[in-house]
Write a protein that binds this ligand. Sequence first.
Ligand code: PMV
Length: 304
Amino acid sequence: MMKATAIAPANIAFIKYWGRKDAKLRLAYNSSISMNLSACTTTTTVEFSSDFIEDQVSEGFDARRILNHVDRLRKLAGIHTHVHVTTQNSFPTSAGIASSASGFAALTVAAASALHLNCSEKELSGLARLGSGSACRSIPDGFVQWDDTFAYSIHPPEYWDLRDILVIVESQAKDVSSSKGHDMVTTSPHFQKRLERIPDRIARLKEAMKVKNIQMFGEVIEEDCLDMHHVMQTQVPPLFYWNKQTKQVIDAIKKSGLPAYFTIDAGPNVHIICEAKDEKEVVNLLRTKYKIMVNKPSKGAHLI
Ligand code: PMV
């Protein structure tokens, strides 16, 4: 049988990937570090059959991009039969919750298995990267680093009981896709400066993870988030992903004095990172005003 189902988590980047030195191969200018998210997942079933008369993809998804990725894998396997792809997200699509990361990770693992490709984790990560850069980080477990062509786990999910309290201020699809944004990164006068600061930032983040110091950790993630958005906003054309509520959530967290820290991807939603012991207080602070999803560190993509 040529059918398989996989589930993959979205991931939140602590050191962000923004800009690629090779757009086609989706090779990033800088290394990035992320955590897989337990509550934000994509589940995808891929089936190949000579009974199918055409390729089909679940409605509401970018069929062309998905089928381009399936074609890559079909080529690798030397198989030409049609495919049916059924996919479902546990969270709003295209709202800056990295649906492309969980989506292409789940698609890669399901399609590779349905095609009997027998790939290693490293190969699956490299293949997922070709679908969406950040997808390569949704393949390995827990806390993950992406250097160059593939991503690997630096700590298992149970290493540090962190929470990502995702505050959904907007669940509409975004105006400018991250793919388009990546392409214009070198037009920002601040792009090069951010790149120069990344190695030291990665070293500080990894040290904070080693000693599990949430304050040191939080300061680094906020610094890189603001730096990436500064680059985005100074690109030509400028990209403003925040909205009024994004700022309100940040203000509420800062005012509370809780050991909880913000980070934001290519969308207005805010990820508040804290230790498990502070989850309740953070949730209580925000839940009356916003829709919230509580994430724990999770495994990477796998077959189900
Ligand atoms: O993989 P893409 O093209 O959706 O890029 C994602 C970029 C950010 O989410 C903004 C940062 C990151 O590292 O996830």
